[in-house]
Design a protein around this ligand. Sequence first.
Ligand code: NAD
Length: 441
Amino acid sequence: MTNLAVAGTGYVGLVAGVCFAEMGHHVTCVDIDEDKVNLLRDGISPIYETGLEELMRKNYAAGRIQYTTDYQAAYRAADAIFIGVGTPEQPDGSANLSYIATVARQIAESIEQDCLVVVKSTVPVGTNDKVEQFIRDFLVHDVKVEVASNPEFLAQGSAVHDTLHAERIIIGTESAWAEELLRRIYAPFQLPIVAVNRRSAEMIKYASNDFLALKISYMNDIANLCELVGADIQDVAQGMGYDPRIGNQFLNAGIGFGGSCFPKDTKALANLASQHGYELRTVQSAIRVNADQKTMLYKKASKRLITFNGLKVAVLGLTFKPGTDDLREAASLENVPLLLEQGAEVHAYDPVGAANFARLYPEGAHGKGSIRYVSDPEEALTEANVCFILTEWGEIRQLAPEAYHRLMRTPLVYDGRNLYEVAQMRDANVEYHSIGREPSL
Ligand code: NAD
């Protein structure tokens, strides 16, 4: 058993802390947000992740995990401190490292024994070196401190599973002591460990995320061309996926990538490159394609309809993907404001993310338009003039094509997730526009 502290109880920090406890370590999770810590102490997860609360309760009852705002007490006697605070995007695209710097300072002022500081947050190459120097500069007690990189690869919506069954653990260290300690901490997970130096570990995270973003933008680019030349992107993707060099994962065309990682990590790497006088053209293209893709359906619908003014618009799905309550960089955040500006009466449905969206866009009038939240997708469709599908939640996928025809005033559907076969929608007499495929009518 090792004494671990985790800074930040967001998607990364909380899931890591709970999974470390599940593996038998003694874990103290630290957050500056008192409300979050109070919820956690009551066994309630502030984020929506399958299986998380169950593990929280089990390990809390076993005395292996605790939650606090008292960072000094948590860091003082920790063998290792994992940092999982945010590194959001700044206006110039670079990563904001101020939260990391605050934690580094708090660690320097608190630790009273030798300690390994492990950066889990996604940070630009070279940041670990700076964090190490920063902590050493501010150390209050005469102890040994080293920094290691251990980037996180979990996907929101399956975070617990991804952590317990990760394809690999990347550890970036500069000493045998640090590598050995991290190997020991991860030993109970029984997962493949890739040990590299710190800068390579930092780069593996960005290179992996940006490669996935490139894959998505590439498929979206090809999808847009498919529409122009009469090919079908689903068939194209299926045919491509048989080639093991390409692989059959992540080939879905859609309404663009969102979330807290791909958008910011593409911009941060492009920014890092430009700081070194290099233009990362592939990644820059992925960013540009994605920016256009987010409002592709809105633009298509705007051409088809004279106006959205006074139209009832069903919006199915608000989160950036299913399985999460996270709205960061979701397509809904670009499309709903456009619809409201144009005077649409939006009826929005999301099984998990509606409450978060309502904080940004409370129910009622917004300029010429208005928004209402409904608890059932069929209610959103009732009497609607047009429907936008933005997230592929199971509850939305389960709607039969006939439901759109039966419930909507005019069955006109713009699907950003290609949930239906075009032929099915055609047979149900629904005018159906999707991504990279011919329209139904
Ligand atoms: P998040 O915003 O959900 O959580 C960050 C938490 O840190 C918040 O609860 C905040 O209150 C807390 N915090 C801020 N300052 C603190 C301090 N001084 N001490 C203790 N807590 C503090 O962030 P996240 O989505 O978990 O992402 C964290 C990092 O991990 C980012 O760098 C992100 O790029 C990376 N990452 C995220 C994911 C993901 O799917 N969300 C996946 C891999 C990597």
